[in-house]
Ligand binder design. Structure first.
Ligand SMILES: C[S@@+](CC[C@H](N)C(=O)[O-])C[C@H]1O[C@@H](n2cnc3c(N)ncnc32)[C@H](O)[C@@H]1O
Length: 203
């Protein structure tokens, strides 16, 4: 979906995603020493705003101006500062070894763009920094609930890990996410990768 499509989706609803952070993001990033954080495809900024509330200095990037406008309101509402950047992550300059945390949360883009973005996201992680990728797993299309019906914009653990060089991969697997729906509880399947870049030396 292009920026216009996401703008339309965000314009139509109060909050498409939750106002609080994704529960897995919260689970793995809670309690870490805060530093600089880059949230790629931040959307309505539920994660960016939560990270800011935890003391992180967050830059939220998304090509949907409407999504980020909602993030701006959410940040104001929570009394936190976030830097908002309207940009296409396919061309956005993430820098090199620049961020203590790079978060990619449910960024739905097909290959080869996805691999290129993930490679640059990994390169952008500073020594001793963390990369967290959480996204709809490819298996979710057949076996899980919700998410995009198109496997092309879904992730796999193997592919995500393949972009990591100089990282200690702490978590790499498919996780179950419980979802409450009108027809009862359902389970969604997500790719989760959490990786820590070595402090020095390895690149
Ligand atoms: C499913 S939403 C996830 C939003 C947020 N990360 C979260 O977890 O709540 C995907 C977001 O990625 C953004 N996005 C998709 N492709 C993008 C691109 N090429 N550049 C920037 N943002 C993009 C969309 O605008 C949308 O806000």
């Amino acid at each position: 979906m292009n920026a216009q499509g996401w703008d339309d989706r965000y314009r139509d609803a109060e909050f498409v995603w939750s106002v609080g952070p994704n529960e897995t993001v919260q689970k793995y990033l809670h309690g870490l020493t805060p530093g600089s954080a880059l949230d790629l495809g931040a959307g309505e900024c539920r994660n960016a705003v939560w990270l800011a509330s935890q003391g992180w200095n967050v830059t939220a990037v998304d090509f949907s101006r409407i999504g980020l406008d909602k993030g701006r309101k959410l940040a104001a509402n929570k009394g936190v500062d976030v830097t908002f950047v309207v940009a296409d992550v396919e061309i956005f300059d993430m820098g090199y070894r620049a961020w203590d945390l790079v978060l990619v949360s449910y960024l739905q883009i097909p290959n080869p763009q996805r691999l290129s973005v993930l490679e640059r996201a990994a390169e952008a992680v500073a020594p001793d920094g963390l990369l967290m990728v959480i996204a709809h797993d490819r298996s979710n299309v057949a076996d899980g609930w919700g998410g995009p019906p198109d496997e092309a914009v879904c992730y796999s653990v193997e592919e995500t890990v393949s972009v990591l060089h100089g990282f200690d991969v702490q978590i790499a697997g498919v996780i179950e996410r419980d979802v409450d729906t009108e027809s009862g509880p359902r389970v969604a399947l997500d790719t989760l990768v959490v990786a820590h870049r070595a402090k020095t030396g390895v690149s």
